[in-house]
Design a binder for this molecule. Structure first.
Ligand SMILES: [Fe+2]
Length: 278
């Protein structure tokens, strides 16, 4: 299209075209609208079957992590705008190589076994069902399975939140990092309080929270009028600023494991919450 000289432009549409040619945009045209973030449920049976098939057809030599990522159809390539989740499997005798990155992660163990460990900064953290293990940002971590059964866990990372600039990641010089601390070191040496003299070297120590029966049952979540029914192992996401409530019509207790970005958003002064509306 023939460009008009600015001096000849007398209407807003022509001005918009002139600006667009220069990768500029008038605010009167509004900001680029993003697709609405919708709730979604991923079924455990799909995740599990896909992961077990991956264990057959994807050797660890072909991937740094054998994970199945959760992708929200309303967002394309991500589960949410801030938190990334995937489900990981390490088969008997395998290990996932050591690396570190700016994203912090939690590991919520779905299927664990004696002999399976996540190693964080040289310290093994046993992986038993229901355990929660943290790998704070920039800590070296690798996972290995010396048991005789698959070990499966939920990975939760703040990678989308901390990738405002660029995600930094590098591999450890060797495939596995050396074990330099005994099991339980962080819990015993650092406890839940952080000694002031360790603050610089250990900004956030890794932890293992051993739980049993940390998730079970079935229920439903109503999100902005949409009903999401879930049963054990299913994973669902609730978009921010959505009215939501949880229900359980079954005759037994249900326990949900949840991961939220509210501590970070709160620290940044961005968290808002309203309650009480039926
Ligand atoms: Fe990692």
């Amino acid at each position: 299209m023939q460009q008009q000289a600015l001096g000849q432009i007398t209407d807003v549409n022509s001005l918009d075209a002139w600006l667009a040619e220069r990768h500029l945009n008038g605010h009167w045209r509004g900001m680029e609208s993003r697709p609405p973030f919708r709730p979604f449920v991923w079924r455990w049976n799909d995740i599990y079957q896909g992961l077990m098939k991956a264990a057959e057809v994807v050797p660890m030599s072909d991937t740094p992590r054998r994970t199945v990522q959760l992708r929200n159809p309303s967002l394309g390539d991500r589960m949410s705008e801030t938190i990334h989740m995937s489900v990981q499997c390490v088969m008997p005798g395998e290990f996932a190589k050591a690396h570190h990155h700016t994203a912090a992660a939690i590991r919520f163990v779905i299927q664990g076994a004696p002999g399976a460990d996540t190693v964080v900064e040289g310290e093994p953290f046993p992986m038993r069902p229901g355990d929660l293990i943290t790998t704070p940002n920039w800590t070296w971590h690798d996972h290995y399975n010396r048991s005789d059964q698959p070990v499966i866990w939920l990975d939760g990372l703040d990678s989308r939140l901390v990738s405002l600039g660029k995600v930094l990641q590098e591999d450890f010089p060797q495939d596995q990092q050396p074990i330099e601390r005994p099991v339980g070191y962080s819990a015993h040496a650092l406890a839940r309080a952080r000694p002031a003299w360790l603050a610089r070297d250990h900004p956030t120590p890794p932890f293992r929270y051993p739980w049993e029966e940390a998730f079970r049952g079935q229920g439903e979540a109503e999100v902005d009028g949409e009903l999401l029914e879930w049963s054990q192992g299913d994973i669902f996401v609730i978009p921010p600023w959505s009215w939501h409530k949880h229900g359980n019509r079954a005759g037994q207790d249900a326990i949900l494991f949840s991961m939220s970005d509210w501590p970070t958003l709160s620290a940044l002064g961005l968290y808002r919450e309203e309650g009480g509306r039926e």
